[in-house]
Design a protein. Structure first.
Length: 230
């Protein structure tokens, strides 16, 4: 039987019992999933471990649980990868964050590029989507979501991350290109501007393409991450 997973910000450690008082989590467990006393649920706290607890009782606004076991989580990213994703329409960027989490990205850095359709981001909303995706896919740690930055700052601040920028007009990548690559810069719907392409060149970031077809940003993200992570 599948055990439902929930993320807790507070570290669980070696606690033998838990009291859940979060209104949203209590509502979800009690009224959405309709868990009853004796049911088992799983929690993770970004430590790389899963914690199985059994519901021992309900009170008006809280749920009491007792620990059953601690498991080392096996769904951890194979490589520590960085996704530098240009801001796109709200729903599309939320989809990017969700799929990046499911595929095992370690760091998500939103980029304001010249042709970005949006210039800001609801970080709280994106973080919620990341948590839900991690709960669903079984990974034991969350990707780190960074604040919105511009391309030049990202290139300067993350120069230590060996990266590629993806551009449909560049040469198609070969598997050897990705051997030591940990970061990927994905442009907006209109692609990178010439000024941004020049910035990549000045910072030693090579350009590669996934092929001659022009992909949506969110499609490119999934295609690139699948090659990097697996």
């Amino acid at each position: 039987m599948k055990i439902h997973r929930f993320f807790l910000e507070d570290k669980i450690g070696d606690k033998d019992s838990l009291i859940i008082s979060s209104e949203s989590m209590v509502n979800q467990m009690k009224n959405v999933f309709r868990f009853v006393e004796g049911d088992q649920v799983m929690f993770f706290d970004n430590s790389g471990f899963d914690f199985v607890f059994k519901i021992s009782g309900y009170e008006k606004d809280t749920i009491k649980l007792s620990r059953v076991e601690i498991r080392e989580n096996a769904v951890l990213p194979y490589r520590e990868t960085y996704l530098f994703a240009s801001l796109v329409k709200k729903d599309n960027f939320e989809w990017i964050a969700q799929k990046a989490t499911e595929l095992g990205v370690s760091h998500i850095i939103p980029i304001v590029s010249e042709r970005s359709e949006k210039k800001d981001l609801n970080s709280d909303r994106i973080q919620k989507i990341i948590i839900e995706a991690a709960e669903q896919c079984g990974r034991g740690t969350l990707p780190v979501l960074y604040g919105v930055t511009d391309l030049e700052s990202a290139l300067r601040n993350y120069g230590h991350v060996k990266s590629l920028a993806w551009d449909p007009c560049s040469v198609k990548f070969v598997s050897q290109d990705l051997v030591s690559i940990l970061g990927s810069y994905i442009g907006p719907e209109g692609g990178w501007s010439q000024q941004e392409l020049d910035l990549f060149a000045r910072h030693g970031i090579h350009l590669r393409s996934l092929g001659p077809q022009v992909l949506k940003s969110e499609t490119a993200v999934v295609a690139v991450i699948a090659h990097l992570v697996f």
